[in-house]
Design a protein around this ligand. Structure first.
Ligand SMILES: [Zn+2]
Length: 99
């Protein structure tokens, strides 16, 4: 069963990266994500646990990295909430955020 979620690029408004605001994955998501993004996800998880990629505290990290972490952590929370809502409603497979 394909996985569907709201497009993060346009917040569901519809753009060239989605179909009417919905992104549909029909294969392994690992094929859709490049090595650089996997590396960023690993650094974001380490930073969430207190291990910064650069020496120092949060103010010593690159602003772009901090913005990326905010986006990643927000998306992880949103997806976890969708899954929990679907599980409590007895649904599975489709996770249209905010609908
Ligand atoms: Zn889109």
């Amino acid at each position: 069963m394909p996985y569907e979620t709201q497009c993060a690029a346009c917040d569901g408004a519809g753009c060239e990266k989605c179909h009417d605001g919905i992104v549909r994955l029909t294969g392994c998501p690992r094929r859709e994500i490049g090595a650089d993004i996997w590396e960023l996800l690993e650094y974001a998880e380490l930073f969430r646990r207190g291990l910064a990629p650069e020496p120092g505290g949060a103010l010593d990290q690159a602003a772009a990295f901090l913005r990326a972490c905010g986006f990643i952590w927000g998306e992880q929370q949103r997806i976890e909430a969708e899954i929990m809502n679907d599980l409590s409603a007895g649904r599975q497979g489709r996770h249209p955020a905010g609908r």
